[in-house]
Design a protein around this ligand. Structure first.
Ligand code: FNR
Length: 408
């Protein structure tokens, strides 16, 4: 008897998770009211900072809430969202929505990621571990900063099966850089986010007035201090001589600008997607795309770096056009100033594939560790889900610049 040909099975991507009804958090909160319960803290994202202030010492609050110089860029970020308004459509059958979005080849439950925030233990002792657990519980991607209070391995363990990216503050020492990249890759961080706008720290009066910088105190230094290549360059370990370790690390990760011709070095030492963070000029976006970068983050670091820089949202449309003209697949992500669901929609309508959110989840961390981060993220996602529906859309991909009106 001739044998039946056996079916050849192609290797397949894991199936995308089903869509999540994020708006349900609203029902949950109202139903809790029947038992006399209210949310642990405010659901009003723009009020989170003021509310977190009471949970933080002055140094930590200034570090998180503060920005560069006069704060003009931070204000500009928010003002740009205020100038840009949504124009809703009616009778569009938007009852059932699907927020799933494909970013760099992965289907995410919503077009929202956690931005890299360093030194999170100044906000809560569990720091990045709490953030990793909260993000993983919602299937959201966290981005771990090089300036983490915990090691890549510890955060990977806390994150478990959760999706995770790694953000690089590019060390001047190539051996240390490669060693950190290898550890991150081994620990399951899939995408490398290279922050370009912080090669030296800006003038930050909130921190200067209190002589407060976490790294000088050995906070936010867990990754280099646990790194064999970094430790090999020290006469005595960081545990024995903190000051010497700090004095070696701070100039290694801040103080020297790089140039475009250094990007191939990173490509050689990272085999996953690379995303450049801190892009504000269309020509830089074009260069990133032409250099083969898989993505960029249109960001001004939440107004913490170049004082007087334009609002990140105002930079977005020109950058989207510049990247489209290259004909590459480079994806445009966005951060700086995102607070509400409507803010997310506006950035998506202007062409961002997804957004990263920064300070809001740090304020959640200050209020209640992992649960606090989860409350902030669930609130943002519920708001996003409801606002998408009320704007007359069922998926993020339906949004276009025609859904916006700009105040003159
Ligand atoms: C940051 N940001 C940041 N970015 C980065 O690439 N590496 C880092 O270590 C940090 N650290 C950091 C700490 C704190 C306390 C804040 C508030 C921000 C910038 C961050 O990734 C993001 O670009 C902004 O936070 C986005 O702006 P919003 O959402 O805070 O307005």
């Amino acid at each position: 008897m001739p044998k039946e040909p056996t079916a050849v099975t192609e290797p397949q991507q894991p199936p995308a998770p089903p869509p999540v009804n994020f708006a349900n958090y609203q029902n949950e909160i109202y139903l809790h009211g029947l038992e006399g319960r209210v949310p642990p803290f405010t659901t009003e994202a723009t009020a989170l900072g003021a509310s977190a202030r009471g949970h933080l010492d002055a140094g930590a609050f200034g570090y998180v809430a503060g920005s560069a110089g006069s704060g003009a860029t931070h204000r500009a970020n928010r003002e740009a969202f205020d100038r840009c308004r949504l124009v809703p459509r009616m009778l569009t059958d938007a009852t059932h929505r699907d927020l799933r979005t494909r970013v760099l080849g992965t289907t995410m439950p919503a077009p929202v990621l956690l931005a890299p925030l360093g030194a999170q233990s100044i906000v809560h002792p569990d720091g990045e571990l709490a953030t990793a657990r909260a993000a993983a519980s919602l299937g959201l991607t966290m981005t771990l900063s090089t300036a983490s209070s915990y090691t890549v391995e510890q955060v990977a363990e806390a994150s478990g099966a959760g999706p995770r990216w790694f953000q690089l503050y590019w060390p001047n020492d190539d051996d240390v850089c490669v060693s950190i990249l290898e550890r991150a890759r081994r620990a399951g961080f899939t995408t490398l986010v290279v922050t370009l706008d912080t090669w030296t720290l800006a003038w930050r009066p909130h921190d200067l007035d209190q002589s407060y910088l976490p790294f000088i105190r050995g906070v936010g230094t867990a990754i280099p201090f646990s790194d064999p290549a970094f430790r090999a360059g020290l006469e005595r370990s960081p545990e024995e001589d903190l000051e010497a370790a700090v004095l070696r690390w701070v100039p290694m990760f801040t103080g020297t600008d790089k140039s475009w011709d250094r990007l191939p070095f990173l490509r050689r030492h990272w085999d996953g997607p690379i995303v450049l963070k801190g892009i504000q000029h269309p020509d830089d976006a074009r260069r990133a795309a032409e250099a083969g970068m898989e993505g960029i983050v249109v960001s001004n670091h939440g107004g913490r770096q170049l004082d007087g820089a334009m609002a990140s949202l105002d930079a977005l449309p020109g950058i989207v056009r510049a990247v489209e003209r290259t004909g590459t697949d480079t994806e445009v992500l966005f951060d700086s100033g995102i607070r509400t669901g409507a803010d997310v929609l506006k950035a998506l309508a202007l062409g961002a594939r997804a957004v990263l959110v920064g300070r809001p989840f740090a304020y959640g961390l200050a209020h209640g560790g992992e649960d606090g981060v989860r409350h902030v993220l669930r609130s943002l996602l519920a708001d996003l889900d409801l606002t998408l529906g009320l704007s007359g859309h069922r998926t993020p991909a339906e949004l276009t610049p025609d859904d916006l009106w700009h105040r003159p």
